[in-house]
Write a protein of this length. Structure first.
Lengths: 330, 479
C-alpha cells in the first residue's frame, strides 16, 4: 500500500475547475516532484492533501485513511511548508521551534530533545539565539523546514521551497531532502526550478490547467514524454581556426544530413546539434543510440572533420515538461 | 526557608509553563519585547505618579474628599491603555497572523482556531493585568484620600476588566474579517474609530456607575439593567469569539456549532431578560420591546447565519443528517433562525396574553406580531433573489448580505414614497405592509388591519420558497 494515494481529485472554485481528476501515488522514502506552470493547480492539490481545503470530488488516502473524512488523524502525519515560510520575525530560532513544538503538544524533555535534533539536522544550532528577522532567506527556509519536522511526520509537503534561494542554499536544501527521504519520509515537492527536481526526485507528476499530464518514476516519464518515435539529441563540438568556422560548419551539416536517421541539424559556430530518430512505431533495438553515435562519429572522422567533443544529451525534466505541457494557464 | 521550597516553586513554574496555552507564552513573550508595551507602560506609570503627587499635595491630611477625583484620573490613565492600546494591539497581532498566513501553520498543529483565539485573548488579558498591577497601588491610594469606598473601586475595576476582555475579543474578531487589502485598511480605520468611541463610553459609564453606586444599589431596575448589560457584553463577546473561530476554521471543521449555539443563547436569553423585566415592572411594553429587539436581532443575524456557504464537508455529512441545525450550511442556519424567532417571540406573546392581559385586537399585540413577520420576510427574501442570479459564482454569502441591505433600504424608502406621490398618504397600511419601518409605525398607531395578514401571508410564502431554494442549493453541493 502506498503512503499517499490521490484518487480522482477534483476541485471547483465557482465555475473554474482548478484541479481536474488528478490521481497519483507516493511511496515512503521517495521524493515526488510536482511540476506545472503557475495556476496549474499544484498548490490547490497540495492544500487538499494537507487538509487545508476539501475536494469537490475524489479522495486522498494517507496511510490508508481518508484525509477528507479524518483530517484530525491525518494532520500529525503531515509536515506542510507553504510557499511563504511563516516565521515570526520577533522570535529567535530556538523560541520559534520551541513554540511550535509546544503547539504540537510535545512536553518537557521530549520537546527539548526534538527541537535540538531538528536544529542539528537543519544546521541551525549556531543560529539558535538569532532573531528570525536577522536570517538570510536560505536560513529562514531551513527554520521553516525544521518546523515541519518537529512532530516527525511521515509525509512532507513542500510548496515551492527553492523559490528565491541562492545556488548554495538550493544545493543544501537538496541534500536535506535526500537525507529525509533516506530516513523513510515521503516528500511531495513543487518547484519551478526543474533542474533541481531532476536531481532529487524519484518520481514526478506534471500538471497543467488542473489536469495531470504525466506521472510515474522520472525515467519512465522522460521516455514517455520523448514521444512515439524513439529519439536522442547529440551535440558535437569542432575545432578550427576562425576563418574556417563557417566552411567547416557547412561541411558538417551536409555530411550529417546525408546520414540515415539524422534530422534537425543546427549549426551554431563550431557547435553542431542534431537528432537521431527511429521511424515512428519502430521498436528500439538495444543500445541503438550508441550504435548510431559510433557510426556517425566514424563518418565525421572519415570526412576529416576536427571533432573535439561528441556527446549524447540526456533528456531531463525540463524537456519532459516542455514536451508534455502546452504552456496554457487558467 | 528550606531548599525544597524554591524547587517546588520551580517545578510549579515548569508545570504551569507546560500546561498553559502555547499561544499565551508566545504572545506574552513577543508582547513584552515590543517598544509599544514599554512606552505605554512607562507613560501610564508616569501619569499615575504625577496624579498621586498632585492629589497628595492638594489634600489636607484626609479632611477633604479628593479621593474620588484621584480615582477618576488614575482610572482614565489606565483606561487609555486597557480600552484602546491593548485591544488595538490584539487586533494587529491577529491581523499579522492572517496577513502572513502563519495562522494556517498554527491550525495544522492541531491547536484549533478556538485555542488560538483564546490564547491571543488570554495573552492580552495577561498584558492588561501587568498594566493594572502597576496602576493598582494608585487606585488604592485614592481610597486613603477619602471620597470613595473600596466596594465602589472594586465594582469599577470589575466592570473595566469585563469591558477590556470584550474589547480585546472585538479587536481579535475584527482582524479575522479582512480578506483583501482594501477591506483590511477600511476595517483598520473603523476599528480605530470604534475603539475611540468605546474608550469614551467605557470611561463615562464606569465613572458614572462609581459616582451613583450608592444611590442605584437599592433599585431593582438598576440590577436588571446591569445584568442585561453584563449578559449582552458576555454573550456578544463570546459570539464574536465563536464567529472569529468559525471564520478561521478549515472547511473540514464543525465551524458553525459555536456561533449557532450562542445565537440561540443570546436570542432566548434576551427573551428571558425581557420576561424578567415584565415580571419586575408589570409593564407590557417590556415584552413589546423584547419582541421587536429579538426580531431585529434574528433578521440581522440572518445575514450571517442564513447566508452561510452551502453544504458541509464530507466528514460532517457522513456523521450528521441534513437537518442537524448546528452543522454548517445555509439551509440549517436558516431553519434554526426561524425556530429561534418562533420560540423567542412566541414565548413573549404568550406571556403578554396570559399574564399581561393583552387582547387579540390590542395595538401592542399587533406590534409584537408585525416585528417577527418582517424579520422572517427580510431574512428570507435575499436568498430567493440571489437564486435568480444565474451565474453561480455570484450566488455567494456576501451577495445575500448585500441584497439584505438593499431590500431593507428599498422596503423602507420606496413604499412611503409611492404612497406620498400616488395617494398623498405616505403611511398607507396596505402599501406599507412590507415596509420594515412604516409597517411597525402603522402597527403601533393603527392596530389590527388587513396589512398584518398580508405581511404574514407574504412572509410565510417567501419563507417556504427560501426553504426550498436553500434545500436545492444544499442538494446541489452534495450531488
Amino acid at each position: 500500500m502506498s503512503l499517499l494515494e490521490v484518487k480522482g481529485l477534483t476541485r471547483f472554485f465557482g465555475g473554474l475547475r482548478a484541479v481536474d481528476d488528478v490521481s497519483f501515488t507516493l511511496e515512503a522514502g521517495t521524493i515526488l516532484g510536482f511540476i506545472g506552470p503557475n495556476g496549474a493547480g499544484k498548490s490547490t492539490t497540495m492544500r487538499i492533501i494537507a487538509t487545508l481545503d476539501v475536494p469537490t470530488q475524489g479522495e486522498v488516502l494517507l496511510d490508508g485513511k481518508s484525509v477528507v473524512e479524518y483530517p484530525d488523524l491525518a494532520r500529525p502525519l503531515i509536515g506542510y511548508m507553504p510557499d511563504r515560510y511563516g516565521t515570526y520575525e520577533d522570535m529567535t530560532v530556538l523560541e520559534f521551534l520551541d513554540f511550535f513544538a509546544r503547539a504540537y503538544k510535545l512536553k518537557g524533555k521530549e520537546r527539548e530533545q526534538r527541537v535540538q535534533g531538528v536544529m542539528e539536522f537543519a544546521g541551525l544550532v549556531p543560529l539558535k539565539d538569532k532573531l528570525t528577522s536577522e536570517l538570510s532567506k536560505g536560513m529562514k527556509q531551513r527554520v521553516a523546514l525544521g518546523r515541519t519536522l518537529l512532530h516527525d511526520p511521515k509525509l512532507l509537503i513542500l510548496d515551492e521551497p527553492a523559490d528565491g534561494l541562492d545556488p548554495r542554499a538550493r544545493i543544501e536544501l537538496r541534500e536535506l531532502l535526500k537525507a529525509l527521504a533516506a530516513q523513510g519520509k515521503a516528500v511531495l515537492i513543487s518547484s519551478h526550478i526543474l533542474t533541481e527536481l531532476s536531481e532529487i526526485c524519484d518520481a514526478c507528476a506534471i500538471i497543467e490547467q488542473g489536469k495531470l499530464l504525466a506521472t510515474g518514476p522520472v525515467a519512465e516519464v522522460l521516455s514517455r514524454s520523448a514521444g512515439a518515435a524513439p529519439s536522442s539529441e547529440l551535440v558535437v563540438r569542432l575545432f578550427a581556426p576562425a576563418e574556417a568556422v563557417e566552411a567547416l560548419g557547412r561541411k558538417a551539416e551536409r555530411l550529417l544530413l546525408e546520414q540515415p536517421l539524422v534530422s534537425n541539424v543546427s549549426v551554431d559556430g563550431l557547435t553542431v546539434r542534431f537528432k537521431v530518430e527511429l521511424p515512428a512505431g519502430t521498436p528500439p533495438p538495444p543500445a541503438w543510440v550508441d550504435d548510431a553515435s559510433a557510426r556517425l562519429l566514424k563518418a565525421m572522422l572519415a570526412a576529416e572533420l576536427p571533432v573535439c567533443s561528441f556527446q549524447t544529451r540526456q533528456l531531463d525534466l525540463e524537456d519532459a515538461f516542455m514536451n508534455v505541457t502546452k504552456g496554457r494557464v487558467q | 526557608m528550606s531548599a525544597a521550597a524554591p524547587d517546588a516553586l520551580d517545578r510549579f513554574g515548569l508545570e504551569l509553563g507546560e500546561r498553559v496555552n502555547p499561544i499565551v507564552v508566545k504572545e506574552v513573550r513577543q508582547g513584552l519585547r515590543t517598544r509599544t508595551f514599554w512606552i505605554f507602560f512607562a507613560l501610564m506609570l508616569l501619569a499615575c505618579l504625577v496624579i498621586a503627587l498632585v492629589a497628595f499635595a492638594a489634600s489636607d491630611g484626609g479632611a477633604d474628599k479628593t479621593g474620588f477625583g484621584t480615582f477618576v484620573a488614575v482610572f482614565v490613565a489606565l483606561s487609555l491603555v486597557q480600552f484602546f492600546v491593548i485591544p488595538y494591539t490584539a487586533y494587529r497581532s491577529m491581523a499579522r497572523e492572517r496577513e502572513e498566513e502563519t495562522w494556517v501553520l498554527l491550525t495544522l498543529t492541531g491547536l484549533g482556531p478556538r485555542r488560538i483565539l483564546a490564547g491571543k485573548i488570554g495573552s492580552f488579558i495577561a498584558q492588561g493585568l501587568l498594566y493594572a498591577s502597576a496602576a493598582a497601588p494608585f487606585l488604592l491610594f485614592s481610597y486613603y484620600l477619602n471620597g470613595i469606598d473600596l466596594p465602589t473601586i472594586l465594582v469599577a475595576v470589575v466592570i473595566a476588566a469585563g469591558y477590556q476582555i470584550f474589547l480585546v475579543a472585538v479587536g481579535v474578531s475584527v482582524a479575522t474579517l479582512a480578506e483583501s487589502r482594501i477591506v483590511r485598511a477600511l476595517l483598520h480605520f473603523a476599528l480605530l474609530g470604534g475603539l475611540f468611541l468605546a474608550l469614551t463610553a467605557g470611561i463615562s459609564s464606569s465613572v458614572g456607575v462609581a459616582e451613583e453606586m450608592r444611590r442605584l444599589a437599592g433599585d431593582d431596575a438598576f440590577w436588571v439593567a446591569a445584568f442585561s448589560v453584563l449578559f449582552a457584553l458576555v454573550t456578544t463577546g463570546l459570539l464574536l469569539f465563536e464567529a472569529a473561530a468559525a471564520r478561521l476554521s478549515l472547511p473540514t471543521e464543525s465551524y458553525a456549532r459555536g456561533p449557532r449555539l450562542l445565537l440561540v443563547v443570546q436570542a432566548l436569553g434576551m427573551a428571558g431578560l425581557f420576561a424578567l423585566a415584565f415580571v419586575v415592572s408589570h409593564e407590557v411594553e417590556a415584552l413589546v420591546i423584547g419582541a421587536g429587539l429579538i426580531s431585529l436581532y434574528v433578521a440581522v443575524a440572518g445575514t450571517f447565519f442564513g447566508a452561510d456557504r452551502d453544504g458541509m464537508a464530507r466528514n460532517h455529512w457522513a456523521r450528521a443528517g441534513r437537518f442537524h441545525l448546528l452543522r454548517p450550511g445555509a439551509l440549517r442556519g436558516y431553519v434554526l433562525l426561524v425556530l429561534v424567532l418562533a420560540v423567542g417571540v412566541g414565548g413573549l406573546v404568550a406571556l403578554a396574553m396570559s399574564r399581561g392581559g393583552v387582547a387579540l385586537t390590542d395595538d401592542k399585540l399587533v406590534v409584537m406580531l408585525t416585528a417577527p413577520g418582517l424579520a422572517v420576510l427580510y431574512l428570507s427574501a435575499p436568498n430567493v433573489v440571489a437564486r435568480w442570479i444565474p451565474h453561480p459564482p455570484w450566488q455567494t454569502a456576501a451577495l445575500v448580505r448585500i441584497l439584505f441591505i438593499g431590500l431593507v433600504v428599498f422596503g423602507s424608502g420606496v413604499p412611503p414614497l409611492i404612497g406620498q406621490i400616488v395617494l398623498e398618504r405616505p403611511n398607507d397600511d396596505a402599501l406599507n405592509a412590507l415596509s420594515p419601518v412604516m409597517a411597525m409605525v402603522n402597527a403601533s398607531e393603527h392596530g389590527v388591519t388587513p396589512a398584518l395578514l398580508l405581511l404574514w401571508g407574504v412572509a410565510v410564502g417567501v419563507a417556504f420558497w427560501t426553504y426550498f431554494v436553500l434545500r436545492a442549493r444544499d442538494a446541489e453541493t452534495h450531488a
